[in-house]
Every structure is written in structure tokens, then in C-alpha cells.
Design a protein around this ligand. Sequence first.
Ligand code: GLV
Ligand code: MN
Ligand code: MN
Length: 420
Amino acid sequence: MTDQLKVDTERLWSALEELGSFGRYEAPEANLFGVSRPAFSPADVAARRWIMARMEELGLTVQIDPVGNVFGRLEGSDPGRSPVVIGSHVDSVPQGGAFDGALGVLAALEVVRTLRSAETVLRGPLIVAVFTEEEGSRFGVDMLGSAVAAGRIPLAEALALRDPDGVTLAEALRDTGFAGTGLVLDAPLAYLEVHIEQGPLLSSSDSDIGVPTGVQAISWHELTVVGQAAHAGATPPRLRRDAARTATRLADRMFEYASDHQDHGLTATVGRMLLEPGVINIIPGAARFSLDMRAPDDEVLTAAEAHLSALVEEVHAEGTGLVCESRRTVRTRPVPFAEPLRQIVASWAERLGYRHQPLISGAGHDAQEMAALCPSAMIFVPGRHDGISHSPREYSEPAACAKAATLLLHVVRTLCEESP
Ligand code: GLV
Ligand code: MN
Ligand code: MN
């Protein structure tokens, strides 16, 4: 096999369209279409089953682990060797796009298909992985499946997580048939993940490929403010305990703090805010909202968390009778990717004539969890419209997706080695 081997661009693209039919919704502003596929929703289950059928067609041995991660194993000529793992996730945020996660899984399958068509046998085993609940949209913790597989989150803790309707992950796994007992990943040789960039750097610099140096730190919080519901028109200022006012003021002060620290890359996002009872002429008695904060430097994020705690304390110190609570639900540290593996990716990009650049990942990824188990690296694909993502406008060109999959193919050939 030569360096000329490439994946089939049209085959990869039609797989993206087909997988995108699960959970598809029409959005006027979409470039391709939107996808709503939270973990173990009917759409996610259908997408997983579709992937498993493709794995079986390709002769992979499919196993499901106790957190619902799906692994398709292609045996090597020397099965005693440690496997190389490639993949991503197929769950999506509600009202997301067709590429986030899906591209990484389909690029991995396309690598296997291309190897099969070229009748190439690898010495080492190759595993295609589909991780559970990468988005955290349903059970509140992102990278959940890979974090369990890599040992950061205990299985029992993950299984006990509940969605907003009170359904536990254990119940969702049992009800959908994804409570597996299969292989737990054990010391893989390496993990590689193709993913859209989800930001503007690659498209603005004309690069074909990004080779991330690592992923920034993430801190998620659920905040609750409790005041007192009362009449909107008849309650004078001294009697108002307005949960909405306190919550929006707190949120705005975190936005200001992030803006003051933007040179350090700090971001703050309130993605959800619910007021109770949520009626126009009632002062809300409670406000619940989420806060997502991220920074490349752990100390910057720790300082932001301390600022948040101080603001929460201030609400009580004001003595207005309002109560505020903040619960941290996710905290990940910055994760650097393995330099030698990044070098292999970069040198293959060079050989294939792809313009490439290093960058830091703004989004969280399964690769950051796998990095605890084995050397891990990613291959980023530029996106249109400043790389917009977590939106139906998410779009990467077919040729751009195929370049990343071809690059993955050659890195896999190098790591697994071909049988003579
Ligand atoms: C996953 O997409 C995340 O970074 O939130
Ligand atoms: Mn993703
Ligand atoms: Mn995502």
C-alpha cells in the first residue's frame, strides 16, 4: 500500500447524510440539516444500531461495555498486540449539527472500509469506539462514557445520574438494550479522534487540518436562587424577593468577570435559565440556571470559581432573605495531548500535502479522557462560517472531512503496522 491511498469522499459524505437522518430536523438557517440526538433518545438508539450494523458488515466484532460505549474490533494478524482505538460519539446536543462527533465515528469506519477495499491486513488490532453521552446534554456530565472507560468517573456514579425527568442512566441503558458487559478498554496503544474544530482558527488561516495541543479546563455549575413568589404589580420594593433579579445580576457579573479575563481565554456561558412559576405577572420565587466556564489555564479557572463562590456568599450577606446555592457538576483539568503522537499526525499531514497547524481545543472531547489511558491525539477539520457548531449551521466541506479521514488512515497504518 502506498501513501497515495485515500478514503472515498462520497462514501464518507453519504454516511454523514445517512447517520444525520436520525434525529434530523429542518432548520431554516441550516447548511445541511440539524440533528437533535441526546444520549439514548430514540434517535441516538437508532444511530447506534445503524453504526453497529455497519460495524458488523465490515466484519468487526461488536461489544458494548457497562456504560453503553460501543466498540467494534478489527483483529490484527498479531492479536497479542495492544489495540489502536479510533472514534468519537454519535449523541448530539439538542438542536445541534450533523458533524459534531458523527464525523469522528464515520471517519473511523471509513478507515476500516478503505483498508478492507485495499485488502490491507494490519498487524495490530484496531477498535472503532462510540462513546456514551459525550455532550452531557441529558445526564448533565460530559464525556461520560469515555470518563468511565478511562477510570476518572466510577461506573456506579455514572449509572446513578438522572436526566431532568428522573430517569437514571442505568434505566436508560437497560430500556434501550445498551447495558453491556463487554470489554473494558485495557491499555490501548493509542487513541485518535477526528473532529470538527468548532471554532474559527482553521478557516481563517486556510489550514486543512488542526493538530490540537490539548483541551482546556471545564467547570460546570447548577445554580439555584430562591426568593418569594408575589404579585408583580402590588408588591412594593421592600417586600420583593425577586429570584430573577438576583440570578440575572449574578450571571451578568460572571459575564463581566470573564470579559475582564478574556486575555486569559476565560469564557462564561449561561445556557439555561428557568424561572418559577414562569408567569408574566408573578415575581419569580425561584430561578435555576447553568453556568459553563472554561479556560486553557487551570489557575484562571480556579480563580473564576472562587469569584463565583464570593458572589454567591454576597447574596446571603445582603440579608434580603434570598437564598443562593451553587453546585459544581463537572470539573476537568486542562489535558495536553501526547507530543510523539501529535508528531506522527503532523508528519503524515506534511507527506499528504495538507496545510496544518497546532491549536488548543475550545470544546471537550472523548480524547481528553482517553489521554489518561494511552497516548491520545486529535485531527481537527475546519468548518464554514467561523466553524460555528452546536448549531444547525455546523458544516464542513466533503473534501475537508475526507482529508482528515485519509490522515487518520495513514496514522493508523503507521501505528498498527501492515502485515508483510
Ligand atoms: C462538548 O461539546 C463540549 O465541549 O461541551
Ligand atoms: Mn463532540
Ligand atoms: Mn459537542
